[in-house]
Write a protein that binds this ligand. Structure first.
Ligand code: ADP
Length: 691
C-alpha cells in the first residue's frame, strides 16, 4: 500500500469515525453518561482491519485518539475520562484483530472475502463479543475508579450495543470491501465500477429484481409501522419474518444491508420514544432490549444466509467432483461395471459395453454368459454361476481371470482379464464391481514371442550339433598327430570349442523346456510319484558314477500318487534333484531327502539337501528367469531351471517355495493335486481346466 493511499484511507476512516462518535454521543441516555448506540465501535474495527497493512498505522492510532478525546471532551467528559475512552477503544480494536486472526485466519488470505458459512459468522460474533468484553472490563471499571460511579446495567448496555455495532458494521464493511475489491479487479476505476454495478442490476432477472424491491418495500412498511406503534403489545418479534424471507431467498450482501437498515430503524425509533420497546420505562433496559433485538435479527439473517451459501457451495463442489469422476469413469479404456444383488447394472462405463462387443441387455440386467459369448480360454462356455460378477456376489474372492469373448459383434474373439470385488452397501446388500481389461494384443504378442523363441531355439540346435560333431572329428584328427608342434595348442582350443558348444546346447535346451513348460497342454493323469522320483535318482546316480564323482545319497519317503502331467512332473523333479546334487560343496557327498504329505487334496512334496544353501534374501528371486544366486562360485547353469519348475507347478494349480534346510542346505517344497480316484473323477472338472 502506498503512503498516499494509506493517508487517504486514514482521512476517510477518520471522518467516518468522527461522524460515528458524534452520532453516538448524541444518543446519550437520559440521566447517564452512556450512549445508547455506539457506531464508532464498528467503524473502528473496519478502519483498523482495512489499515492493518498500512505503512502509517501510528497515524491511524493518533487520529482515533484525537477524535475520541475531542468529541468526548466537547460533549462534557473530563480529560481523564476521555483519555480512558481512547485506551478502551484501542484495546477493543486490538482484541478484535487478535481474535479474528485466530478464529478466522483465512479472512485475509485472498483479500477481503465474505463469510463462507455459519462458522465464519460465529467467529465474527465471538471476536465482536470478546473485543467488547475487553473494552467493557477497562471502560466502565476505569470510570468507576475515576468517578466512583458504577452501574451494572450500563455495563450490560455497553456490551450489547458494542457487540451489535461491531457485528453489523463489521460485516457490512466486510461485504463492502469484498464487493469493492471484486469490482476494482474487474473494472479498475470508480466510474467503471459504478457502471459495472448498474450492468449487474440490469442483468438481474426481472422477477428477481421485483422480489428485491418487494422485500425492501415490505420491510420498510413493516418496520415503520411496527415502530410507529406505541401500544404495549410486544409485536417486534413478528418483524423477524422479513429477515427470514431475505435470508432464505436473496443474496447475502443484501441480507447484511437489510439487517443494518432494519437495525437502524429499530434503534432510531426506540431512541425517539416510539415502537414496542419505547414502552419500557427504564432507559437502560430499553436500550439493552433494543440492542438485543438488533443482534438477534442480524444473527438470524446472517446465519440463515451463510448456511444457505455454504450448502450451495458444497452442492456445486460435489457436482464438479461428480462430473470429474464421471469424465474419468467414461474415458478410461478399461471396462468398469457395478452390478447389484438383483443382477441389475447400477453403473457401467462405455468401455465395458465396447469390450463386450456392445452386447448390452435391455433393462440393464446382466444376461447369461451365452448372451455376451463368454468362454474359458479352452473354448468351453462359462456357466452363468461362474461369471465373475456372480462369483463376487456369492462372496467369493475372484482373482484376475482370462476369458474369451466371442459374439457376432466380436467374431474374431477378444481375450479379456476380468476381476471382480464384492461391495457391501450400508443396507448390508452386496454388489459386485467388475473390472475388464483387454489383453488380446498382449496375449497374442506373448504367444508369438514364445513360439518364436521355440522355433529359434530349435533351429539353433542344428548348428550347435554340427559344431560339437566337427570339434570331436577335429580332436580325433589332432590325436592322430602326436608330436606335432601345434598339437597341444589345437587340443586345448578344441576342448574350449566343445565346452562352449555344450554350454550353448544346455542354454538352448533350457529355452526349449521353458517354452514347453509354458505352452504344452497339461495332460494331468494319476501318476506314481515314487516311480518318477526313483527314475530321476537312478539317472543321477548313473551320471555321477559315469563322471567319476562320489555317488549322491538319496533318502526317499512314502510318496503318494499325484494328478499331473508325467512329462512335466519328471522335468520338475529332475531340475530340483539335479540342482540339489549340483549345489553341494566340492568335498561333501550330496545327501538328499524326498518326502511328501497329503493335505486337502494336495500333495506337498519336499526336496531337501545338504548343499551350499541359498544366499539370504534370494529365496524368491531364484525362481525368476536367468537369476543365478551363485554366479561367481563356479557352478555351471543358465538360471532357467527354477523358472521352469515354477511354471510347471503353477500350471498344475500348485505353489513352490524355497527355504533353508534346518540341518544345513536348502529345501524346496511344491504342491500338486493328489491323484483322483474313479469316484472323484465323476463330477470333477475335466483335466483341460488345468492350464
Ligand atoms: P541354474 O541353471 O543356475 O542352476 P536354476 O534356475 O535351476 O538355474 O537355479 C537358480 C539359482 O538358484 C542357481 O543359480 C543357484 O544359485 C540357486 N539354487 C538352485 N537350487 C539350489 C540348491 N539346491 N541349493 C542352493 N542353491 C540353489
Amino acid at each position: 500500500m502506498t503512503y498516499r493511499r494509506s493517508l487517504a484511507r486514514t482521512g476517510l476512516f477518520a471522518a467516518a469515525y468522527l461522524a460515528a462518535t458524534v452520532t453516538g454521543r448524541l444518543t446519550v441516555l437520559p440521566g447517564s453518561d452512556m450512549s445508547m448506540v455506539w457506531p464508532a465501535a464498528g467503524v473502528g474495527v473496519v478502519w483498523f482491519c482495512a489499515q492493518r497493512k498500512a505503512p502509517l498505522r501510528w497515524l491511524d492510532v493518533a487520529a482515533l485518539a484525537v477524535i475520541t478525546m475531542v468529541v468526548n471532551m466537547a460533549t462534557g467528559a473530563t480529560a481523564a475520562v476521555a483519555a480512558l475512552f481512547v485506551v478502551t477503544n484501542l484495546v477493543q480494536i486490538g482484541t478484535f484483530l487478535a481474535l479474528i486472526d485466530r478464529w478466522w485466519p483465512t479472512l485475509w488470505t485472498a483479500g477481503p472475502r465474505p463469510m463462507r458459512g455459519p462458522r465464519d459468522l460465529w467467529a465474527l460474533l465471538g471476536a465482536a463479543f470478546g473485543a467488547t468484553v475487553a473494552g467493557a472490563v477497562i471502560g466502565p471499571t476505569s470510570i468507576w475508579l475515576l468517578t466512583g460511579r458504577h452501574s451494572w446495567p450500563a455495563t450490560v448496555v455497553w456490551l450489547a450495543r458494542n457487540t451489535a455495532s461491531i457485528l453489523l458494521i463489521g460485516s457490512a464493511g466486510l461485504y463492502a470491501a469484498h464487493l469493492l475489491a471484486r469490482y476494482r479487479a474487474r473494472h479498475g476505476t470508480l466510474r467503471s465500477w459504478w457502471r459495472g454495478c448498474r450492468a449487474t442490476l440490469a442483468a438481474t432477472p426481472r422477477r428477481r429484481a421485483a422480489e428485491y424491491s418487494a422485500l425492501t418495500v415490505c420491510s420498510l412498511a413493516a418496520y415503520l409501522t411496527g415502530f410507529s406503534y406505541t401500544g404495549s403489545l410486544p409485536i417486534a418479534f413478528t418483524l423477524i419474518a422479513v429477515t427470514v424471507w431475505a435470508a432464505t431467498r436473496l443474496a447475502t450482501p443484501f441480507v447484511v444491508a437489510h439487517d443494518l437498515l432494519v437495525g437502524l430503524i429499530a434503534i432510531g425509533f426506540t431512541l425517539y420514544g416510539s415502537g414496542p420497546f419505547a414502552t419500557i420505562a427504564d432507559f437502560t433496559t430499553r436500550a439493552f432490549v433494543a440492542q438485543l433485538f438488533v443482534v438477534i435479527v442480524a444473527v438470524v439473517g446472517m446465519a440463515l444466509a451463510t448456511g444457505r451459501d455454504e450448502r450451495t457451495a458444497l452442492i456445486a463442489e460435489l457436482a464438479a467432483e461428480k462430473d470429474l469422476l464421471r469424465a474419468i469413469f467414461d474415458s478410461t479404456a478399461d471396462g468398469l461395471a457395478v452390478i447389484d444383488a438383483d443382477n441389475r447394472v447400477v453403473l457401467r462405463n462405455p468401455a465395458a459395453v465396447r469390450l463386450l462387443g456392445g452386447f448390452t441387455k435391455p433393462g440393464d440386467k446382466v444376461a447369461g454368459s451365452a448372451h455376451y459369448g463368454v468362454f474359458d480360454l479352452d473354448g468351453s462356455p462359462v456357466p452363468d454361476d461362474r461369471m465373475v460378477h456372480a462369483r463376487a456376489l456369492a462372496g467369493e474372492d475372484v482373482p484376475p481371470t482370462d476369458l474369451l469373448i466371442r459374439n457376432p459383434a466380436v467374431p474374431e474373439g477378444r481375450i479379456i482379464t476380468a476381476r471382480a470385488a464384492t461391495l457391501v452397501g450400508q443396507d448390508g446388500r452386496r454388489s459386485a464391481v467388475v473390472l475388464i481389461h483387454d489383453v488380446t494384443a498382449e496375449r497374442r504378442q506373448r504367444d508369438e514371442l514364445a513360439s518364436f523363441a521355440g522355433v529359434v531355439a530349435h533351429d539353433l540346435l542344428n548348428p550347435v550339433t554340427a559344431v560339437q560333431g566337427f570339434a570331436e572329428i577335429a580332436a580325433e584328427s589332432v590325436a592322430r598327430m602326436p608330436g606335432h608342434p601345434a598339437a597341444a595348442e589345437a587340443e586345448d582350443a578344441l576342448l574350449r570349442v566343445s565346452r562352449a558348444a555344450d554350454r550353448m546346447r544346455s542354454l538352448i535346451d533350457g529355452l526349449l523346456a521353458n517354452t514347453t513348460a509354458r505352452d504344452a497342454t497339461v495332460a494331468a493323469v494319476p501318476v506314481d510319484l515314487g516311480a518318477i522320483v526313483s527314475e530321476v535318482t537312478v539317472a543321477r546316480l548313473d551320471a555321477a558314477i559315469g563322471a567319476g564323482q562320489p555317488a549322491p545319497r538319496f533318502t526317499v519317503g512314502d510318496l503318494p500318487p499325484v494328478q499331473a502331467d508325467p512329462v512335466l512332473l519328471r522335468q520338475l523333479l529332475d531340475n530340483l534333484i539335479g540342482n540339489a546334487v549340483k549345489y553341494t560343496a566340492k568335498d561333501v557327498i550330496p545327501a538328499l531327502t524326498v518326502t511328501a504329505t497329503v493335505c486337502d487334496g494336495l500333495v506337498r512334496v519336499c526336496v531337501a539337501d545338504n548343499g551350499i544353501g541359498i544366499p539370504a534374501g534370494q529365496h524368491d528371486e531364484i525362481f525368476g528367469d536367468f537369476h543365478r544366486a551363485h554366479r561367481t562360485a563356479g557352478y555351471a547353469g543358465t538360471g532357467l531351471g527354477l523358472g521352469i519348475c515354477k511354471r510347471i507347478v503353477e500350471r498344475h494349480g500348485g505353489t513352490i517355495t524355497a527355504s533353508d534346510n534346518p540341518g544345513g542346505g536348502s529345501r524346496f517344497v511344491f504342491t500338486v493335486p493328489a491323484a483322483q480316484t474313479a469316484q472323484d473323477r465323476e463330477p470333477a472338472p475335466d483335466s483341460a481346466q488345468l492350464r
